[in-house]
Design a binder for this molecule. Structure first.
Ligand code: SF4
Length: 205
């Protein structure tokens, strides 16, 4: 299906750098006018948000596409939904895709989609449902791309340009239940320490 002919300007929600690699290559090959939108208030902690944001920015520079950014915000809402199972993910997709459609309306885009649709680990049907619901009656088209066939190729492309590839979905619950929790927690400590050492604050005064 040629979904490209249905829109002129696409605002593409980007969850992280590696997941953007394959979709962007395909979209640009097709001559699409793409802008990235980094809005992921689910990501915990802030240092991890910064790490994924830096990666997304590197991908934007790599492909020379613009990126709109919403700053990090409080991710504790995801902690409050700890026992909600799939409903927490529903809330997560709704939060991000609702803001995506709002931004598209405010900034003159006519279509939206998300790099979440490249991942075989995300809840695709839920994302498609939420996407079409939040775009309904707005004049914005939610494009249901299926990039899953390029997931591993995208990860390889990400490795080739040295991108960080995360080991948990993003929210605090997914971090604490990850089998890599201890490794990731150590990485976060080290990142926080180096950020602290680079901030110029003297601890001996
Ligand atoms: S597991 Fe992933 S999709 Fe589900 S709430 Fe957490 S960050 Fe969002």
């Amino acid at each position: 299906m040629n979904q490209i002919s249905t829109f002129k300007k696409l605002l593409l929600h980007v969850c992280c750098g590696p997941c953007a690699m394959f979709p962007l290559r395909e979209l640009l090959k097709d001559g699409s006018d793409v802008t990235l939108f980094f809005y992921n208030p689910n990501i915990h902690p802030r240092i991890e948000w910064k790490r994924r944001f830096d990666n997304a920015q590197r991908v934007a520079e790599h492909y020379q596409v613009p990126m709109i950014v919403n700053e990090w915000s409080d991710s504790t809402k995801w902690r409050m939904r700890e026992g909600d199972g799939d409903k927490r993910c529903l809330f997560c997709y709704e939060t991000r895709l609702t803001r995506l459609v709002q931004e598209a309306m405010e900034s003159g885009f006519d279509a939206v989609s998300s790099t979440l649709l490249v991942s075989p680990y995300q809840k695709r049907e839920m994302i498609l449902d939420v996407g079409s619901k939040v775009a309904n009656d707005t004049g914005i088209v939610f494009v249901p791309f299926d990039w899953r066939g390029g997931f591993y190729e995208g990860q390889k492309m990400a490795r080739e340009i040295g991108l960080y590839r995360q080991k948990y979905c993003g929210c605090i619950v997914s971090l604490e239940t990850s089998s890599f929790y201890e490794k990731v927690a150590r990485e976060h400590e080290q990142l926080a320490l180096s950020e602290c050492l680079n901030c110029g604050v003297r601890f001996d005064s």
